[in-house]
Every structure is written in C-alpha cells, then in structure tokens.
Design a protein around this ligand. Structure first.
Ligand SMILES: Cc1ncc(COP(=O)(O)O)c(C=O)c1O
Length: 390
C-alpha cells in the first residue's frame, strides 16, 4: 500500500494556480481538463507542509539568513541522488531557473553574442536570449527510433566564435531524455574547445524514472566542470514551484566569483525564509515521497501509452525517461497545427501545451502533463478518443 495518496483530487481553482485559473485567458475557455503548466496536482510531502505551518505559527517573520542546514541538505541530496560531490561555496540561491538563465546571459555575454539551443526545447531557452537581444543559434535534436538524440555533427557546423553560451536541458523538456554520460561528455568537449559556456538546466534532475539515472553535466569531466553553470531546484521534484527556491552550482572559481559578484550587486542571491526552509526540509525528508511519486508518474505514463496504442494509434507517446511530461507525436492525424490545437481544446476539452511553442520542430506535437491523479487521466484519454473519432 502507498503511504501517500496521489489519487486524491485536490481542487486548485481559486488559488491563482496558473494551470486552473488562467485557462480562460490562455485557451479562451475554462471548461478544460488542465494538463499544461509543468507543476503537479499532488500535495507536496507532508513534512514540507508541516514545517511551513510550524514556522508560520511562530508569527514573527523578520530578516533571516540561510543556515548551514540549508547548504548541507543540498550537498547531501546531490551526493546521494546524483553521486555529485559539491561544496558550499559553489552554491548560490537564485530566484528561479529562468531568471538564473537570464542572469548568466547578462553576466557573461554581450549584445553581439550568440546563444545555442537544441529545439524542440523549453520555450524560455529561446525567449530569454531574444529578449536580451542575443541571437539564438539552433542545433535541432534528431528524433530517431522514438527518442531524441543530440546532433553533435550539426553542432560543430552551426557554432561560430560569436557563440558564447549553450543552454542544455538536462534532463530534456519536452522530449524527456535523460542524457547519457557519452552525450554529455561530447557536448562538454565541443563547448570547452570552442569557448562556449554551458548552462545546464537540471530542474528535472530528481525525476529520472525507472532505471534511468540523471547525470549532472558538471560531473562528467574536468572540461564540463570548468566550463559550466548548473541550475537546480526542488521545485519540480516536490511540487513547490510556487515557493521559489532554486540555486546555481559552479565548480570553477573564476566563473563563480564573476557570477556571485553579479548576483550580489543586486541582492539577487537572497531568498525568503520559506524558500530556504521548504528546500531544506524537502531534501532532508522527501526521498520516500519522491520514490512513490515517481512510481505513480510511471504508471500514468504506461496508462497513456497503452491507451493510445490500443485506442488512438494515430497519436504516439514519446516515452519520457524523466519527469511528468509526455511529448505526443500527433503527426499521423495529418492536421495543421491550428486544427490539432483545436481538436484538443475545443473537441476533447483538454488544455495541453501546443508543441510549436517549443520551436518549429514541435509542430505536429502536443505536450501532456500527467502529474495528476489517474482518474483525471482516464477522463482525459476518453475525451481524446471521442474527439479523434468524431
Ligand atoms: C527545463 C525547465 N527549466 C526551468 C523551468 C522553470 O523554472 P523556474 O520556475 O524556476 O524559472 C521549467 C518549468 O517548466 C523547465 O521545464
């Protein structure tokens, strides 16, 4: 028997949850099953909630600092979960991963510089550099035998001396790949040799599924360690994205000093007391919850895959190796992107992410968030079946 109840339906409406309360604004209607924004519909580990309640009961919320317990929790978690030994000095709080990406670009690049991304990929990887007036260079992933691979030969072709940063999604969103040591080492080699700093966004790291093992980019080689900024967070792992608590890890002293000075000059490296507390308690006590959550997610993925194979063979699930997002290949439906989105939204009454927001490589795809109770997924799949067969 499970100790945590992931089947429980918790009504998020009226909490300003983007997933439920921004439906009308984003999709034009609010009668949709929300399977888009990348958070889960599960209650966070009870130990985290309890710690927040206990602290709130104190009733006094003056200035605080992050104690050694916070750093130790991160250091121990990273060692135990990912076999990566990091030091306190390497770590700095940042107020979000996307903000962290923006800070790195601001700190290490200038307007003429270019930024490499590997689409289809989490859309801020393109939007943030472009808002900072950095040109984005695409090295599209290749979809081979139902899984994405990095195109390293193409990477060598598209990079130029103007390329100063590569943003790596490790594990990958939306494809769900947990990159292998070989793939990461190859990227490390190419980027080091070409003076391209790697931002490794590892927000989905803790959610590697089944026998897949996340490998921190900086742990694969000395070149990787010396030429990267890793961004991590407990936000996806324990469903606490609303309590912003992310951090950067930088083994290279020169990079670290430059980045930490950048953060310090605007006090960007200070979180609020609940951010430090939630992160610390989640890392200290959340392992069992995470284990059960991942097993539940895996069963949801299997359910969707099985349902599609049996009932809607025109839609194919790219099975994620990590996290709670399924990339659905809908190309066999032979619909324009507009009609595909309308099929999901207006016919099936489902709010998924339009694949094309992750790049033109995402056309013909939709991204489904399965971090929700099984009964919601069952309803969603039945809706989809009826819509496709209408
Ligand atoms: C790869 C990736 N990076 C970053 C984020 C967002 O992180 P944050 O809310 O800390 O900016 C997400 C959320 O979906 C994500 O998938």
């Amino acid at each position: 028997m499970n100790s945590f109840n992931f089947n429980e339906i918790i009504d998020r409406k009226g909490t300003n949850a983007i997933k439920t309360d921004a439906l009308k604004e984003r999709f034009g209607r609010d009668d949709l099953i929300p399977m888009w924004v990348a958070d889960m519909d599960f209650a966070s580990p009870p130990t985290v909630t309890q710690a927040i309640i206990e602290r709130a009961k104190h009733g006094l919320f003056g200035y605080t600092f992050e104690g050694d317990e916070y750093y130790n929790a991160i250091i121990n978690w990273t060692k135990n979960q990912h076999n990566w030994t990091i030091e306190k000095d390497w770590i700095s709080f940042i107020p979000g991963i996307v903000k962290g990406i923006a800070f790195v670009l601001d700190c290490f690049t200038s307007k003429e510089d270019k930024v490499v991304i590997q689409p289809p990929v989490y859309h801020p990887f393109r939007i943030i550099p472009e808002l900072h007036r950095r040109e984005v260079v695409d090295n599209p992933l290749k979809l081979e035998a139902g899984q994405y691979r990095m195109d390293l030969e193409n990477l060598k072709q598209v990079i130029s001396p103007d390329c100063k940063v590569l943003i790596l999604c490790n594990p990958h969103n939306p494809g769900g790949r947990v990159w292998t040591k070989q793939e990461l080492s190859d990227i490390a080699e190419i980027c080091y040799d070409n003076n391209i700093l790697v931002i490794s966004d590892e927000i989905h790291a803790d959610l590697a599924l089944q026998n897949h093992k996340h490998i921190p980019f900086a742990s694969v080689s000395e070149k990787a360690a010396m030429n990267s900024i890793t961004l991590m967070a407990p936000s996806k792992t324990f469903n606490i994205a609303g309590i912003v608590s992310s951090f950067s890890v930088i083994p290279n002293k020169d990079l670290r000093e430059k980045f930490h000075a950048y953060l310090t000059k605007s006090e960007l490296n200070h979180g609020d007391l609940f951010a430090y507390l939630a992160a610390q308690v989640a890392y200290e006590t959340g392992e069992e919850w995470l284990k059960e959550a991942k097993e539940y997610l895996w069963q949801n993925i299997c359910y969707v895959d099985d349902y599609l194979k049996k009932n809607i063979p025109q839609i194919k699930a790219i099975i994620p190796e990590a996290s709670f997002l399924i990339w659905l290949d809908c190309k066999a439906l032979n619909l324009s992107q507009e009609d595909l989105v309308s099929l999901f939204v207006n016919d099936a009454k489902l709010a998924l992410n339009d694949g094309s927001m992750f790049g033109k490589e995402g056309e013909g795809f939709m991204r489904m968030n399965i971090g929700t109770p099984r009964s919601v997924i069952e309803r969603a799949m039945d809706n989809l079946f009826k819509a496709v067969n209408k």
